[in-house]
Design a protein around this ligand. Structure first.
Ligand code: NAD
Length: 365
């Protein structure tokens, strides 16, 4: 079936999102040089690996993490190996708004050009035992004071990421010397780029981990809502990564055992996917899944087309996003038409009705 027959409107040049990412294209890492990049949870795993790669290509990296020892160590190592004193560690607890607000303020003040080009909202935890209350709910009826469930995974991976996003939008839109993002174009040395770290668990089911899955689905929801508006309103590009399981400390020993022998994604592939998004300023509003390397045979069996041999990174949900965004565009279009047709008279009568209704209510009628 053709795209048109399936009702899919192709991305055109006037649309703010770029076309699906071509993962076979070489990455131009020279574009990373001189950028100030902020990474939450940058002391370990993906954050640390991205730090190492981007710093070695000339970026100034500022990491925030709850783990002071690991964060301080990685910054010292990278300052020495790159001979660049513009890498910094700042203590950060993403679950605290005040911690995040002072982290961003300090990061911008430490940046050589006084601004932030890119934010990777990455900090996360996966506390498996928190899920027990959903998998095996206690008999609350027999308790006088049932304990409130612990949901640090949600606080960190969703609420924390939303604080990061809010602050990132504020700082990125005011990045000195930056220009608004433009589809397919490198808009200069400065950038306005937010990368959300979700997971395959934000797109697929993750049985037995409802809290983690909810948080990561929430990140996808945030991405889908913001990717419509932030490029248009603030010239900020938002992209997302959705890695499959990767052997990092977040998995813990049990996770690694459960996944032993299965196909997993790798840290270098996560770094490559994220670097592609950072280095190509023309990529706007896209999401990449990072899976295990896929052979021609396996890809064919799943109806996928390989762009490179042993491909591990895939642009995801392009059509789904196009469809739902189209739906949203139409709803907004219809609403605007109705508003236009009713004119100022309609708005005034709605306001009067609302205000007088509230007045009657206040008076007890
Ligand atoms: N490893 C995987 O299989 C996998 C797959 C998909 C998505 N992810 C996501 O990738 C992100 C990075 O995970 P990772 O695999 O690199 O794990 P990791 O444990 O190696 O790194 C996570 C980092 O976040 C930090 N952190 C935790 N809570 C924090 C807080 N409140 N404030 C600040 N920092 C905090 C940790 O100290 C750590 O340095 C997470 O959001 C995770 O959910 C991981």
């Amino acid at each position: 079936m053709t795209d048109q027959a399936a009702g899919i409107i192709p991305f055109g040049s006037t649309v703010i999102h770029s076309e699906p990412v071509d993962c076979s294209k070489p990455i131009n890492r020279t574009n990373i040089r001189g950028k100030t990049i902020v990474i939450t949870g940058g002391a370990s795993g993906f954050g640390k690996a991205c730090f190492e790669d981007w710093a070695s290509h000339g970026a100034n990296i500022i990491i925030g993490d709850i783990n002071d020892k690991a964060g301080t160590q990685v910054v010292a190592q990278m300052r020495a190996s790159t001979n660049n004193s513009n890498h910094h560690f700042i203590h950060l607890d993403v679950t605290s708004w005040s911690s995040q607000a002072s982290f961003f303020k300090r990061a911008a003040s430490l940046s050589p050009h006084g601004g932030i080009d890119c934010v990777m909202a990455n900090a996360g935890v996966a506390i498996a035992q928190e899920n027990a209350v959903f998998e095996e709910p206690p008999d609350y009826s027999k308790m006088d004071h049932p304990p409130q469930p612990q949901m640090k995974t949600l606080d960190t991976n969703l609420n924390g990421l939303m604080y990061t996003t809010n602050l990132a939008l504020s700082y990125l839109s005011r990045n000195p010397g930056s220009a608004r993002c433009q589809v397919g174009q490198n808009t200069g040395t400065r950038d306005r780029h937010l990368i959300l770290v979700s997971s395959i668990a934000g797109l697929a089911s993750l049985p037995s981990q409802p809290i983690y899955a909810t948080a990561k689905h929430g990140v996808v929801g945030l991405f889908r809502a913001l990717r419509m508006t932030t490029p248009i309103k603030h010239g900020i590009r938002i992209n997302m990564i959705n890695p499959y399981f990767v052997d990092t400390p977040i998995l813990g020993p049990m996770g690694a055992v459960v996944l032993a022998g299965g196909g997993m994604a790798t840290v270098p592939d996560v770094v490559e996917a994220t670097t592609r998004l950072v280095a190509d300023q023309g990529i706007i509003g896209r999401a990449l899944v990072i899976g295990s390397k896929t052979s021609q045979e396996h890809a064919k069996a799943m109806g996928l087309e390989l762009e490179t041999t042993d491909q591990a990174v895939w642009d995801v949900h392009a059509d789904d996003f196009a469809q739902s965004d189209l739906f949203v565009r139409r709803i907004i279009g219809v609403t605007n038409l109705i508003t236009q047709a009713r004119g100022w008279g309609g708005i005034v009568s709605d306001v009067v009705r609302k205000v007088s209704g509230a007045t009657w209510k206040t008076l007890g009628y």
